[in-house]
Design a protein around this ligand. Structure first.
Ligand SMILES: *[C@@H]1O[C@H](CO)[C@@H](O)[C@H](O)[C@H]1NC(C)=O
Ligand SMILES: *[C@@H]1O[C@H](CO)[C@@H](O)[C@H](O)[C@H]1NC(C)=O
Ligand SMILES: *[C@@H]1O[C@H](CO)[C@@H](O)[C@H](O)[C@H]1NC(C)=O
Ligand SMILES: [Cu+2]
Length: 588
């Protein structure tokens, strides 16, 4: 039995201890609600379009930002000059090539004391380290933003997004080892919308009637306008909702249907969103794309990194103001009930204009022709020979070795990130993963590379499991919610449940990761390699990130001129490079 297992049984008591020990966080200023309009993130323009795709040149760096009209403009982080970063508009099967440039400062704007690496057997990354992960993408590992593949100030790297997948709502964000929580909190996140031709024929609301909504939480305690982030490993929950970068915004809408791409972009906070006295949420898609038919949702529950594609029809609500509310408590355990802190019960406001609405309610089309979503398989009824491997993967709360900064940490499968890989599926194989949650919290579990199906959840006896016995189930399996029955890349794993997913590992071999998407958990140390192996027994390509001295790979990270401000010379040079990397990356 692993020591981690023995400790896990103490988990509930230890968690509360850890929480008492945490420093009291400041509270935000009392900011006037609905004092500013909701902005729409700008759409990135390609620097050039060629037969082999759209080329972009994007800098991660310091940006000017104002969270609320009563606060001054501050320096935080962003992509392409703004927080949130610009939106990529991409088309299925048309590749996107991005030169990511790093001009992040040598000294981080948020606390990153080197002590944080205790017990983790690796050096602290430089403050300016940055690496971009495209969340939801079917992708070659060299382009995936592996956590050790960071570049530092003055460096650039080109990533290739082939877009060979169904249309979906993706987002891109920073993913540096042990630093994701601070970098994302500082502003490094944006949308990547992938569409296809057929989607246009559905007649869904578009243009100004389509709005991405990245909901995040901040603490804005001071008149200097800077968001506060503690030096902590425990989950962080801000008390002010920030939507598309603005605290408590309002959105003026017409009395007609809108399409919203909801994204929970919080570090750790779960959301349970409602529109009391407002129209219904009709969810048309989840993380990995469309459902066959819209799903009526009363409460939209979203863990960090989950997306929901939602139609809201304001027809018949002329002249009304409708508040988007949240009731998800902290900590979140998946049970009904509880409530959010006062500042987070109201997220944003819709003001439905009196003039010029629609003439009739919106009729949502069937999405079947675009979704192509196979019926949800049943665990007991999977075709013979489909599943090559079943993995039982416990998540646990354990004592951190020798740490003075964090008494406990969450682990996957009792192991830390730098332990030998254990999740090593064969390429093009299908596996069943049982996510066995022994902790008192819900964890949003994310796998890179794939879109999977959630088959079921089933309560089990934690006590007997911790003793090393086979899982002892305490009830019948429960189907996932209707809006969790489509393609998912992030699933809420609730305490005391075995959450079972069916996952295929397509096309690419090499090093990816799977992790909890509560960023404080992910950073220490609830993230593990996911190494997809070739079928012929040959070794997979090494993990990206060789330039950092931790691994070796063939990947080039170029240094730029010292005074680089992103707007590129030497851009044309990238193309030669790109050819080279492409060949290299697909040569297995
Ligand atoms: C915040 O300000 C509003 C409006 O001025 C006021 O009604 C409310 O009581 C204030 N809340 C706190 C906690 O001070
Ligand atoms: C913890 O500290 C002890 C004593 O200094 C040392 O022997 C041990 O290797 C440390 N453990 C880890 C995991 O760093
Ligand atoms: C859980 O397992 C423990 C140890 O095997 C047993 O004593 C206990 O009765 C079980 N609880 C339930 C609810 O079955
Ligand atoms: Cu977690």
């Amino acid at each position: 039995m692993k020591p981690a297992r023995i400790l896990a049984i103490l988990s509930v008591g230890m968690l509360f201890c850890a929480m008492c020990a945490m420093a009291q966080l400041p509270t935000s200023l009392n900011l006037t609600r609905w004092a500013q309009p909701l902005p729409k993130p700008h759409v990135f323009e390609p620097v050039k379009q060629t037969c082999d795709g759209d080329h972009y040149d994007i800098t991660m760096g310091v940006v000017k930002h104002q969270f609320h009209p009563s606060l001054p403009v501050v320096d935080i982080y962003g992509y392409g000059g703004t927080y949130p970063g610009g939106t990529f508009e991409a088309v299925v099967n048309r590749p996107v090539h991005v030169t990511w440039r790093n001009s992040l400062p040598e000294k981080h704007i948020l606390p990153t004391e080197p002590l944080e690496m205790e017990g983790m057997h690796m050096e602290n990354p430089p403050d300016s380290a940055g690496v971009v992960h495209l969340h939801g993408a079917l992708i070659d590992p060299k382009d995936d933003g592996f956590s050790m593949d960071w570049i530092t100030r003055g460096q650039k790297i080109q990533y290739h997004y082939t877009n060979e997948q169904l249309p979906l709502t993706m987002w891109y964000h920073d993913h540096v080892m042990t630093r994701t929580r601070v970098n994302v909190y500082a502003g490094l996140a944006g949308f990547y919308l992938l569409r296809d031709e057929d989607e246009h024929e559905l007649g869904l609301p578009k243009g100004r009637y389509e709005m991405p909504l990245i909901i995040q939480d901040k603490i804005l305690p001071s008149t200097d306008g800077m968001p506060f982030y503690p030096f902590e490993w425990g989950a962080f929950d801000g008390d002010v909702p920030v939507v598309n970068g603005k605290a408590y915004p309002y959105f003026e809408v017409k009395a007609r249907a809108y399409r919203f791409r909801f994204l929970n972009g919080c570090n750790s906070r779960f959301l349970r969103l409602t529109l009391p006295d407002g129209p219904t949420f009709w969810q048309i898609g989840s993380d990995g794309g469309f459902f066959n038919e819209p799903v009526r949702v009363k409460q939209l529950t979203m863990g960090p990194a989950e997306r929901a594609d939602v139609i809201i029809d304001f027809y018949g609500y002329e002249g009304e103001t409708i508040t988007l509310r949240n009731s998800a408590p902290v900590p979140f355990n998946g049970l009904p009930g509880g409530d959010a802190v006062e500042g987070f019960r109201e997220v944003m406001q819709f003001r439905v204009r009196q003039d010029k609405g629609a003439k009739r309610p919106y009729c949502i089309p069937s999405l079947r022709g675009v979704a192509h979503l196979p019926p949800l398989p049943k665990l007991d009824d999977l075709p013979d020979g489909l599943v090559e491997k079943v993995r039982d993967l416990p998540m646990e709360l354990v004592r951190t070795p020798n740490s003075t900064t964090a008494a406990v940490m969450f682990l996957l499968n009792g192991l830390q990130f730098h332990d030998e890989p254990t999740e090593t599926p064969l390429v093009d194989s299908t596996e069943v993963w049982n996510l066995i949650n022994l902790t008192p919290l819900t964890h949003p579990i994310h796998l890179h590379l794939v879109q999977f199906r959630v088959l079921q959840r089933r309560a089990f006896n934690i006590t007997s499991f911790v003793k090393g016995e086979e899982p002892q189930y305490l009830g019948e399996p429960r189907l996932p919610d209707l809006n969790e029955q489509g393609w998912k890349d992030t699933v809420r794993s609730n305490p005391g449940d075995v959450t079972t997913i069916l996952v295929n590992f397509p096309k690419y071999v090499g090093w990816f990761v799977w992790h909890c998407h509560m960023l404080e958990h992910e950073d220490h140390d609830m993230m593990r390699p996911l190494v997809v192996l070739p079928r012929d027994g040959s070794p997979p390509p090494p993990p990206p990130g060789g330039h950092n001295g931790h691994y070796t790979d063939g990947h080039t990270h170029e240094d730029e001129e010292e005074d680089d401000h992103g707007e590129d010379d030497g851009h044309d040079d990238d193309d030669g490079d790109h050819e080279e990397e492409e060949e290299e990356g697909h040569a297995h």
